[in-house]
Design a protein around this ligand. Structure first.
Ligand code: 0O2
Length: 223
């Protein structure tokens, strides 16, 4: 039914998908600008990598079926908020919150929802900060607001999520194996979170000692 719908509405469907692609470009640029400014100021890049994607046709189809979404362009646009996805991989947990605050304080960005799976991890152990935002794209006929899901995570969180994602789609795993792997992944998530915390502390101590060494020496008092 969905395939038929897309075939009948090929032009508007392709146009809608291209709006999502444009919104990804806008959001990526915003992060690249912040990263550039930050690098100049602190001599350190807060972003390790940005990975973006427009949701694949199959994945979109699965979600429409799972959520029983009516087959109209408007309803797809209103009900599926992760058609455009931007994943920002940071070095340290603090960078995540700093970048999120900077993005959300920009006056053209509208926050629809914030899901903090770092402070409240999922039962699987999944950690990331999700922001569902709307960003403007500027077309010939004017401005259009487009929804984008931004996922911010550390390298360690991304490493964990990538492996867990692979396991999730793995078939031919017995129930016993699956329970064992879930427990293993849950423990790995804890270890990974504590690694992030310790690395953050080391970095904070480094910065502090650098600042102290830069502070001008107090004038020595005569007598
Ligand atoms: P993909 O392939 O990454 O696109 P919904 O979006 O409606 O399904 P919800 O609760 O609104 O559900 O969304 P949620 O859980 O806040 O965010 C969904 C996305 O977060 C997923 O997208 C994953 O990218 C990521 N995610 C959430 N939970 C987990 C988890 O336990 N493990 C891993 N590896 N990733 C997770 P998709 O569409 O499922 O997949």
């Amino acid at each position: 039914e969905f395939i038929e719908f897309v075939q009948k509405n090929k032009k508007p469907f392709d146009t809608l998908m291209s709006y999502y692609q444009c919104a990804i470009m806008e959001v990526e640029t915003k992060f690249k600008v912040l990263s550039e400014e930050y690098s100049l100021e602190y001599d350190r890049n807060p972003i390790e990598n940005i990975k973006s994607r427009v949701k694949s046709f199959d994945s979109l189809l699965k979600k429409i079926r799972r959520k029983n979404i009516p087959l109209t362009m408007t309803s797809i646009e209103e009900n599926i908020q992760d058609i455009a996805g931007v994943r920002v991989i940071c070095s340290f947990p603090d960078d995540i919150y700093r970048l999120a605050d900077c993005l959300l304080s920009q006056d053209d960005i509208i926050l629809l929802e914030k899901k903090d799976y770092i402070k409240n991890p999922k039962p699987s152990g999944y950690r990331s900060l999700h922001l569902i935002i709307q960003t403007p794209i500027f077309l010939q006929e004017g401005k259009r607001m487009v929804t984008v899901e931004v996922q911010l995570r550390t390298i360690a969180m991304d490493f964990w999520a990538s492996l867990e994602h692979k396991l999730r789609y793995k078939k031919n795993i017995s129930e016993e194996q699956s329970a064992f792997l879930a427990e293993e992944m849950s423990q790995c998530a804890e270890i990974s979170a504590s690694l992030d915390e310790r690395m953050q502390k080391v970095k904070d101590m480094l910065i502090q000692s650098e600042q102290e060494s830069k502070e001008p020496e107090k004038p020595t008092r005569l007598l």
